[in-house]
Design a protein around this ligand. Structure first.
Ligand code: ADP
Ligand code: NG1
Length: 479
């Protein structure tokens, strides 16, 4: 099996594992015919590197065992018909057209349609048919979705759903063999932006590039790649839900941070005569990594010189327009890389942001957090003993949480309390994971503390699990 391709496993619906057999049966009961294949895409926990993927900086996640499974067959009438095992919460959808007017908050099927649209647009735009994804005619599909990733909790349920939808669509239209992992991961990242959130590519990258038993360093530059990071052998990671959730696409929190940090990049560029327009002409926005590279500096140097470029104050939109000597439309084009969808989203951010854009703090978080990821990777590669390595990594996780809380302001009371609780119960380090403002904490502890940690956790009402690095996306071909 070529490791660049999404693995395809042959199964027999009667002889597969319990969850796959049950899904096959549900599919048949719903659609009156056998499913052709099932795709599986996992959620993820990010160990360190928060809110830096959309500036091109490397991150360190692992895939988790919870996942989205979708059983699929062609719909001969050309319709898209979607059913969900949680049918009360996620209502059926069956339509001829994929044109969707996005509502806020989006319905669950919009996430599926994002994946479907991303693939079909790519297939139709590829007129020369000579890439790895070729032109094909569009088909309708029947899909039955089962998910076990807690939604809106920083474990990437939305990306797993979008990615599983995209993989299902590609598999149905072009065949399941030789789907290049890195290529579909990037396509899924851009497909998910149809939902409105202008996120990075971490979730989709780990969803496809994960391997069993390993955390991965995901690098976005010069191109998407992953490498295994050997964590200390005694390290155990727990994921604990803080009790509150936040849907990214239903609020402005996430896009506001993207907006603030892209403006920070523009201001640094202007102060140093780096031409932002050069990036926009390539349909790109200027990232904090781009300006760092243009200035020939590293993350530490950028953190140290940041106060020379950006004032430590709350900026208003007018302050920013004055500082950059541009009008609002030009600002919108620059921060969105001219994507019309992104421009619309950032217009909403402008009308909701008030006068409190904290450019300095946000950019400082990005450079320091990117540096922490590199330090964790370097610690893992030293000859220090495992306990010592775990202590050092855990300290960086603690610093990361404080930075998310104080500089990036993406934590919340429940997350902070959960971090403190984990540390009280013997974790060496704990931090919010994923976008934040609710959701989960990841805690690191030595194997020797597991028993007492579990004993303490059992006294709590919080849901938690021990996280084992799981396999990335798979396709089960049904015989
Ligand atoms: P996350 O941080 O987990 O990615 P988001 O808030 O971005 O969460 O997206 C969560 C949304 O994804 C849910 O509100 C729902 O619409 C969709 N979703 C997640 N899991 C499922 C599922 N199993 N079935 C249907 N939709 C799901
Ligand atoms: P989650 O945890 O899935 O909401 C989001 C972004 C990531 C990344 C993290 C913060 C999407 C689909 N996901 O993840 O790209 O920026 O926040 O590190 O936008």
């Amino acid at each position: 099996m070529d490791s660049n391709y999404v693995p395809v496993i042959r199964i027999n619906e009667k002889n597969s594992n319990e969850s796959l057999s049950k899904l096959c049966e549900n599919f048949k009961n719903t659609f009156g015919r056998k499913a052709s294949f099932i795709v599986r895409v996992p959620g993820r926990v990010n160990l360190i590197g928060e809110h830096i993927d959309y500036h091109g900086f490397s991150v360190l996640p692992m895939a988790i065992e919870s996942d989205i499974l979708i059983a699929v067959s062609e719909n001969k009438e050309g319709k898209i018909c979607l059913e969900n095992s949680e049918s009360e919460k996620y209502k059926s959808y069956c339509e001829q057209s994929t044109d969707f007017n996005l509502i806020t908050p989006p319905s669950w099927f919009h996430y599926f349609l994002c994946g479907f649209r991303g693939i079909t647009e790519k297939l139709h735009s590829n007129n020369q048919c000579n890439g790895t994804i070729e032109c094909v005619t569009s088909k309708g599909l029947n899909a039955f979705v089962v998910g076990s990733i807690p939604p809106s909790s920083g474990l990437s349920s939305s990306s797993a759903l979008v990615s599983a939808a995209a993989l299902s669509t590609l598999c149905l239209m072009k065949g399941c063999d030789k789907i290049v992992k890195a290529e579909i991961a990037e396509l899924c990242a851009s497909s998910e932006r149809y939902i409105g959130t202008q996120g990075g590519g971490m979730d989709q990258a780990i969803a496809f590039l994960a391997t069993n038993g390993s955390a991965k360093l995901i690098e976005f530059e010069p191109s998407l790649s992953s490498s295994t990071v050997i964590l200390p052998r005694n390290a155990v990671f727990y994921v604990i839900h803080c009790g509150s959730t936040l849907n990214k696409a239903a609020t402005h929190h996430f896009n506001t941070r993207v907006f603030e940090t892209r403006i920070a990049a523009l201001i640094i560029a202007k102060k140093n005569n780096v031409i932002a327009g050069d990036y926009v002409s390539n349909k790109k926005y200027l990232s904090l990594r781009d300006v760092m590279v243009a200035l020939g500096k590293n993350c530490e140097q950028m953190s140290a010189s940041l106060k020379e470029y950006i004032q430590q104050k709350d900026y208003s939109i007018d302050d920013i327009l004055q500082e950059l000597s541009i009008n609002e439309q030009s600002l919108l084009e620059l921060v969105s890389g001219c994507s019309q969808d992104a421009i619309e989203k950032f217009k909403h951010v402008i009308s909701n942001s008030g006068d409190s854009l904290r450019l300095f703090n946000r950019a400082l978080h990005v450079y320091e957090e990117a540096n922490r990821v590199l330090r964790v990777k370097n610690i893992c590669e030293t000859n220090a003993n495992d306990q010592e390595k775990l202590r050092l990594i855990a300290d960086l996780m603690n610093d990361s949480h404080l930075s998310c809380k104080n500089l990036y302001e993406c934590s919340c009371e429940q997350l902070d309390e959960t971090v403190e609780m984990a540390l009280r119960y013997g974790a060496f380090g704990a931090r919010l994971t994923g976008a934040g403002w609710g959701g989960c904490v990841v805690a690191a502890l030595p194997e020797s503390s597991v028993q007492s940690f579990e004993d303490n956790m059992k006294q709590q009402s919080k849901s938690y699990f021990r996280s084992k690095p799981s396999q990335g996306a798979l396709i089960y071909n049904i015989e």
